[in-house]
Design a protein around this ligand. Structure first.
Ligand code: C2E
Ligand code: CA
Ligand code: CA
Ligand code: CA
Length: 269
């Protein structure tokens, strides 16, 4: 039994070491990924009640030279542990703004907005406002077509400073969406203080909507709460017609999910 116990310790050590190594590998690979041109932005459409596209969300894709496509759910947290997220985030913003500027001369797409996910380190950086404004200026993108997606957890701590930054950008027409809404701890009074334009209902509420009365009650309350605060409501993770119909009936404003389209390369939009 003792020998087995010892083996087990060795086994777990090896596992921890392997995990640590793969994280370090990823950190190292991420550090080079920008220079090696391994990132790409995919775009997922958001539609209205008539299924007309009103905008897209930019979602980062990493083509790793040996691992293939790595999910942002896996690498964004690793990037966030170092300053690399700042360079990556800047690249995402610039690429999205260049896309906006390209679409500006395309009558089918010139009204679309692009929503960009912003990470907490980016938002906290002193130069964030200046950075966004210079990217907008340099690319020629219309700031009113740029939406920045933030999450509730990012607002914990220096809320006042964050609100000031958001206000400074909103003066120029940049809009803000609160992502993954319903998974955090926002109180009503807190939500009312935030300078946001949109609420995105987290996909965990939209999943199984057609079979869950509880989820239907939750989405209905989120929609009415949001509307009472004059916010636009976006549902994400809409995977079937039933969910779309229910949300439409409940008054949700915009819809995003595999039922309409997966995130795709801009050439496929
Ligand atoms: P998110 O911002 O909540 O993005 C929505 C995620 O749900 C995306 O995953 C999208 O592909 C997926 N999705 C869309 N429709 C459906 C659906 O109908 N069903 C299901 N099951 N999933 C759907 P993705 O692209 O893997 O991104 C994961 C997360 O990584 C994002 O979650 C976001 O938090 C983060 N992320 C992605 N791109 C960026 C970026 O450029 N910057 C930062 N900071 N984070 C990013
Ligand atoms: Ca998002
Ligand atoms: Ca989300
Ligand atoms: Ca999410």
């Amino acid at each position: 039994a003792k020998a087995e116990g010892k083996n087990r310790v060795v086994f777990f050590d090896a596992q921890i070491e392997a995990r640590l190594n793969s994280r370090l590998d990823m950190q190292r690979d991420l550090h080079r990924a920008l220079a090696q041109d391994e990132f790409e932005l995919y775009y997922q459409p958001k539609v209205d009640h008539d299924r007309a596209v009103v905008g897209v969300e930019a979602l980062l894709r990493w083509h790793h030279p040996t691992r293939g496509m790595v999910s942002p759910a896996e690498f964004i947290p690793v990037a966030e542990a170092s300053a690399d997220i700042l360079r990556i985030g800047e690249w995402v913003l610039r690429t999205a703004c260049e896309q906006l500027e390209q679409w500006a001369s395309d009558p089918k797409r010139n009204k679309w907005s692009i929503a960009v996910n912003v990470s907490v380190r980016q938002l906290r950086a002193d130069h964030f406002v200046d950075q966004v404004l210079s990217i907008v200026r340099e690319t020629g993108a219309a700031p009113s077509q740029l939406i920045l997606e933030i999450t509730e957890s990012m607002l914990i701590g220096d809320t006042e400073v964050t609100i000031e930054k958001m206000d400074a950008l909103r003066v120029h027409g940049v809009r803000f969406a609160l992502d993954d809404f319903g998974t955090g701890y926002s109180s009503l009074s807190y939500l009312q203080r935030l300078p946001i334009d949109q609420l995105k209902i987290d996909q965990s509420f939209v999943e199984h909507l057609e079979i869950s009365e509880v989820h239907q009650k939750l989405t209905r309350s989120i929609i009415s709460l949001g509307h009472s605060l004059d916010l636009q409501i976006v549902a994400e993770g809409v995977e079937n017609l039933e969910a779309y119909d229910i949300l439409k009936r409940q008054g949700c404003d915009q819809f995003q999910g595999y039922y309409f389209s997966k995130p795709v390369h801009p050439s496929k939009l």
